[in-house]
Design a protein around this ligand. Structure first.
Ligand code: ADP
Ligand code: MG
Length: 256
């Protein structure tokens, strides 16, 4: 049940980037996503929160086909996603994803992690790929670590590499799945700062996070999920400060 209209607010967000229409997903007999409908506008920053097991990861993993879904439609920039290679290619060209546990290649250096997709998938030369990757590593403040291996970095630094690696592919949409949850508290800010800067560039972002300060600072809308449903969606001040639904209020009381 949705209390507020799931459409993007007017103004900044003229064109829909992602349209999710009545998505249903089962893991065996477990109904993990229940009639989820949501539109994310171009350049919108959408924060998704909700208790553990509520379907947040499943939802964003459906967006880039890391999970299959049984019912419903997902359109990205007007193109309906299908289970075929063309859609997979389109997804890889359009969306980047950052995971809780970084998912870096441990046997490659920071620089190699960032250039691999550029040389293999984008057919850039080594030197073009290096320039792009170094520019991005500089943007997130870790260009001096380019020749290290992931295991030699802090969690915050690894996550910044992961963000650079995604951005190297020039995505139009970035998906984040609890990017700071695996970090020691003192490293959370360095990653959130990078995400705030990215938001300011006009990137369309869907961020599963419980960092409510981040939500208040940059989110256009906050989605609250529970038991595979979108319970509430609206501007941060509405969902976070004046939740209309008891379940949202209980959750926020718990995490704030
Ligand atoms: P969240 O990210 O909100 O914590 P998830 O999307 O990971 O929640 O999971 C939603 C529900 O689906 C949970 O109950 C979880 O146990 C279940 N689930 C997730 N992945 C699988 C899977 N591969 N097989 C079976 N059940 C799963
Ligand atoms: Mg999750």
């Amino acid at each position: 049940m949705t209390l507020s209209a799931p459409q993007a607010p007017a103004g900044k967000l003229s064109r829909p980037a992602i349209e999710i229409d009545n998505l249903n997903k089962w893991f065996g007999s477990y109904h993990a996503l229940r009639d989820v409908s949501l539109t994310v506008g171009e350049q919108e920053i959408m924060v998704v929160c909700g208790p553990s097991g509520s379907g947040k990861s499943t939802l964003i993993r459906c967006l880039n086909h890391l999970e299959e879904y049984q019912e419903g439609r997902i359109c990205v920039f007007g193109q309906e996603l299908a289970r075929d290679q063309k859609s997979d290619r389109f997804i890889h060209q359009t969306m980047g994803m950052v995971f809780q546990n970084f998912n870096l290649f441990p046997h490659l250096t920071v620089l190699q992690n960032c250039t691999l997709g550029l040389t293999w998938l984008r057919k850039k030369t080594e030197s073009e790929a290096r320039d792009i990757a170094m520019g991005l590593l500089e943007r997130v403040g870790i260009e001096h670590l380019a020749d290290r291996f992931p295991g030699q970095l802090s969690g915050g630094q690894q996550q910044r590499v992961a963000i650079s690696r995604s951005l190297a592919m020039d995505p139009k949409i970035m998906l984040f799945d609890e990017p700071t949850s695996a970090l020691d508290p003192e490293m959370v800010k360095e990653v959130l700062d990078v995400m705030v800067k990215l938001a300011e560039t006009g990137m369309t972002m869907v961020c599963v996070t419980h960092e409510m300060q981040f939500a208040r600072q940059v989110a256009d809308r906050v989605v609250f999920m529970q038991d595979g449903e979108i319970v509430e969606v609206g501007p941060p001040e509405q969902v976070l400060l004046h939740p209309q639904w008891d379940r949202t209020r209980e959750f926020l009381d718990h995490i704030l």
